[in-house]
Design a protein around this ligand. Structure first.
Ligand code: FE2
Length: 326
């Protein structure tokens, strides 16, 4: 069985071909970037519409496969930016209708868990999903991926990009900030906001922004990232303690951060838990994870009718009944 998948929740327009053993036959993408400012939804949609034909054709070519060999079309139905989601949904519906192939809408956050579980061999992990728009600590309990903790304001990646922009680092700023983190020598007092199991980053952002130009840049980056990642680590540890799970898996673009990986790995070591870090190519937004999750869902009787394939920008991780896991 081969699945053709499309990802388009945010800056990435991706297309992939995946088979039922999770062999990733292709995983192509085009990423919208800007030198100044963040994502402008109108420009984002323009980028996706323009690159879609090339990315779709590229994924088929790389996988050495024709649409006639495809058994399922999967697409990221939500959550995400409406303008971006629409491009992927339109492309997926067209392919499904033109070639008479079943369609499946996939939740992007759930797909991060599933690709990580499959590629790393984790059985029942706590997922720390840290990306631009999403920051959630997710575990499987009783037929759903439940959100045990999440951001109350912006996503961690959004915080990093905004902070990086103030420092003149462009978008995305994560890799440059991560490098600077290791050049920091001194901790500067900044807010640390964990409320129960939830987190907030806007106070930290304002305080860090106000210190730009007054302290050494590297020390400020070190301190801001130190607090933000310690907040994520604290909530992940509490989710482990509460659920008594023994595995942690990273997902989302911020999961690629070496600074975050070091901190989480230390916590896991101290708790006797195992940390799984999937390859960067599937931690960032990608279509392969949509394809693999689409296959899992389809094999368990799920299917999306064209009439139900409307985009779901606000769909939550715990909206999706996970009938493919016991
Ligand atoms: Fe993502």
């Amino acid at each position: 069985m081969k699945c053709f998948a499309i990802e388009s929740t945010a800056h990435t327009f991706g297309a992939a071909v995946v088979d039922e053993k999770c062999n990733i036959l292709s995983n192509e993408k085009s990423v919208y970037t800007t030198e100044k400012g963040g994502m402008i939804p109108r420009e984002l949609a323009e980028h996706h519409y323009k690159c879609a034909p090339k990315v779709v054709a590229g994924a088929l070519e790389k996988a050495n496969c024709k649409m006639s060999e495809i058994d399922l079309v999967a697409f990221s139905q939500g959550p995400g930016i409406g303008n971006a989601l629409k491009c992927g949904a339109i492309a997926a519906r067209q392919l499904s209708l033109l070639h008479n192939i079943p369609l499946i809408g996939v939740n992007h956050c759930v797909a991060h868990v599933e690709i990580g579980r499959k590629l790393c061999g984790a059985k029942d992990p706590v997922l720390l999903y840290a990306s631009g728009a999403n920051t959630q600590i997710i575990c499987f309990e009783n037929s759903y991926y439940r959100v045990f903790g999440e951001t109350l304001d912006v996503g961690i990646g959004n915080f990093l990009d905004s902070f990086g922009r103030e420092l003149g680092l462009g978008f995305p700023a994560g890799p440059a900030l991560d490098k600077m983190y290791f050049e920091g020598k001194k901790y500067i007092e900044l807010p640390y906001t964990v409320k129960g199991m939830d987190l907030a980053f806007s106070g930290l952002f304002t305080a860090a922004k106000n210190k730009i130009g007054k302290v050494r840049k590297e020390d400020l980056v070190y301190s801001a990232l130190h607090n933000a990642f310690a907040m994520l680590t604290e909530v992940t540890e509490r989710a482990l303690a509460h659920t008594e799970k023994k595995e942690v898996i990273l997902g989302g673009g911020v999961g690629c951060s070496r600074a975050l990986q070091e901190m989480i790995s230390k916590m896991c070591e101290e708790r006797g838990a195992k940390l799984f870090v999937p390859p960067n190519s599937v931690m960032v937004d990608n279509a392969a994870q949509i394809g693999w999750t689409g296959i899992l869902m389809y094999k368990h009787g799920n299917k999306t009718k064209i009439g139900d394939s409307i985009i779901l920008p606000k769909q939550r991780t715990d909206d999706v009944k996970v009938n493919w896991r016991k």
